[in-house]
Design a protein around this ligand. Structure first.
Ligand code: UD1
Length: 342
């Protein structure tokens, strides 16, 4: 029988790519979103890519416990992938309570419903931010977590703990997987879904594409005096389609009873570091466009260098990142042009 996966925050950047990959892998998907940080563009794109007009979409807020219980009653769901959360680091410093309330409450409501239902699987979208500035790179899942620098980061650490404690207390009734994403970038090759930042982008790649298309005057490269080969920060940029596929591997592992522990953790990255400057240059080269940039002071709270050791995900889940940085940056540019109607 076909299994059904609920994707909370399924109309957003990563959620929409995951919805596509789940459907293409043969799952039924229920998308739920409150559209607080996205519009209907990506959901419409998902329908076009998959050729499925009948994907259930529930407009709801996961902080509303009654609404969460209702969606669990209304659909025969076997697993949930939880994305519904706020994600702007700077904003979380300004408005910590908004972040703690939304990100923790929504997840606890999901866990409560999962616990009530029983025999349930929860996949949580965590972040490499839980490692802070690591003492050693690449980081494995055993690398110690560090105290979070921002309330946003802290919500990821706290949600990891909440899931682990809930799984432990449920004695096998609730199972969990934590995926720690490195830096998700790019867009679907169809250019029908991608990242849609509201206002001025915080993240590097949307800022690059918006500068290249002329929406922003100049990209600031935050710091060129770090102790790295070219002085700019080092990151593990992971293609969003590769990242989305990791969710399919993880959900399948849960539903097929292949987990080795009731709560598992996987790093989702390429394993290859790239500097901010190298990324900008690669973008210019592969797309044949100029990105106007300047060197700016370091951004407070930035990590110098982090990349994944993805061996566990490669060997245990059988998932591996396959898309090249050129393909990824070409897709990001195609998406920006699509948005501009070009
Ligand atoms: C941040 C979050 C991470 C989150 C990710 C989402 C922290 C510490 N980091 O990662 O949890 O999952 O966003 O993708 O919580 N840069 C510039 N100019 C810009 C923008 C960025 O030079 O205009 C540089 C940054 O200094 C950094 C790199 O590009 O070195 C990547 O930045 P960004 O895309 O914002 O991601 P992170 O800060 O790594």
């Amino acid at each position: 029988m076909k299994k059904t996966v609920l994707v909370s925050g399924g109309a957003g950047f990563i959620g929409s790519h995951v919805t596509v990959e789940l459907i293409e892998a043969g799952y039924d998907v229920v998308v739920a979103d409150n559209f607080s940080n996205c519009d209907h563009t990506c959901f419409e794109g998902v329908k076009k890519i998959t050729g499925r007009e009948d994907i259930p979409l529930v407009e709801m807020d996961f902080c509303d416990a009654a609404a969460v219980k209702k969606i669990f009653r209304d659909y025969p769901i076997d697993a949930v992938i939880h994305f519904a959360a706020y994600k702007a680091v700077g904003e979380s410093v300004e408005k910590p309570l908004m972040y703690y309330k939304n990100n923790l409450l929504s997840f606890m409501n999901v866990l409560e419903a999962a616990q009530e239902k029983g025999n349930f699987n929860v996949l949580f979208s965590s972040s490499a931010t839980v490692y802070g500035e690591p003492d050693k790179v690449p980081v494995t899942e055993k690398t110690p977590r560090k105290p979070a620098i921002s309330p946003y980061g802290n919500t990821k650490t706290m949600c990891e703990d909440i899931l682990q404690d809930t799984v432990k207390a449920s004695h096998g009734s609730v199972k969990g997987i934590l995926l720690r994403y490195f830096n998700p970038i790019g867009a679907h090759p169809s250019a029908l879904i991608g990242e849609l930042p509201r206002g001025v982008p915080n993240n590097l790649v949307p800022f690059i594409t918006q500068t290249a298309i002329g929406k922003r005057e100049c990209l600031s490269i935050f710091g060129d005096d770090y102790p790295t080969p070219d002085g700019t920060g080092l990151r593990d940029f992971i293609d969003v389609v590769d990242l989305a596929k990791a969710h399919v591997f993880a959900v399948t592992r849960m539903l097929e009873g292949k987990m080795k522990k009731d709560c598992e953790i996987f790093n989702i990255g390429t394993g290859t570091p790239l500097s901010v400057m190298e990324l900008v240059k690669a973008f210019e080269k592969v797309n044949g466009v100029k990105v106007n940039y300047r060197i700016a002071p370091r951004r407070p709270g930035d990590i110098i260098a982090i990349w994944a050791d993805p061996t566990l995900a490669n060997e245990e889940m059988g998932w591996k990142a396959t898309r090249s940085i050129e393909e990824t940056l070409a897709a990001a540019w195609a998406w920006e042009k699509h948005l501009a109607g070009k």
